[in-house]
Write a protein that binds this ligand. Structure first.
Ligand code: GAR
Length: 207
């Protein structure tokens, strides 16, 4: 049984999609062991508590320096000792020490088709604003492994979503979540839990 640590910052709809997929059996052989938020007010924490899952907040605001926050977050992850860490809308940079401690065991959901609209400054609604500003006709979501770069790790799954002419950043965000994110994030976890994913020469392969 794969032990998951899910890291969140906000509403937690991706966390909910994971919890629902575990309940329905779409994800087998995995369970959410703990949820960490960097934001005490995140609704995602309530979703975890409602399920009786260990939920805690580790915020940069609680520490005198970024280094101290990074140490605390990494320490907590090491204590929990998950098999896989899932960044489900976690909008702070994961400390390098944590990435090294969990090499190839951290995945992230990003709301675009990487390598488009990713990297510094591209998170949440900003991604969809940029998509509309550029006028692309297709966007989507990506699940990738986390390495020490920003959105540069091996890509595991992607799903495309049509951009409509009358979309606003909000309507596009909602459609990308519903049609892509909530589908491919649980699917990626199920593939990993089933032992069906390897990383070879920097690329994720599905067996
Ligand atoms: C999601 O759209 C996720 O892809 C995005 O934040 C949102 C969180 O929503 N993540 C990023 O932008 C990471 N770069 P949620 O809290 O409802 O799951």
């Amino acid at each position: 049984m794969l032990k998951l640590l899910v890291c969140v910052s906000g509403g937690g709809t991706n966390l909910q999609a994971i919890l629902d997929a575990v309940d329905s059996g779409k994800i087998s052989n995995a369970r959410v062991e703990a949820v960490i938020s960097n934001n005490a007010g995140a609704y995602a924490l309530k979703r975890a508590e409602a399920k009786g899952i260990l939920a805690c907040c580790i915020s940069p605001k609680q520490y005198e320096s970024r280094e101290a926050f990074n140490r605390a977050l990494t320490q907590k992850a090491l204590e929990l000792s998950p098999d896989l860490i899932v960044l489900a809308g976690f909008l702070v940079a994961v400390p390098e020490e944590m990435i090294r401690a969990f090499e190839n065991r951290i995945i992230n959901i990003h709301p675009s088709l990487i390598p488009s609209f990713c990297g510094v400054g591209y998170y949440g609604l900003h991604v969809h604003e940029a998509v509309l500003a550029r006028g692309v006709k297709v966007t989507g979501a990506t699940v990738h492994f986390v390495d020490c770069g920003m959105d540069t790790g091996p890509i595991l799954l992607q799903k495309a979503v049509e951009v409509r002419q009358d979309d606003t950043p909000k309507t596009l965000q909602e459609r990308v979540m519903e049609e892509a994110e909530w589908q491919i994030l649980p699917k990626a976890i199920d593939l990993i839990a089933g032992g069906r994913v390897t990383i070879e020469e920097g690329k994720a392969k599905i067996l």
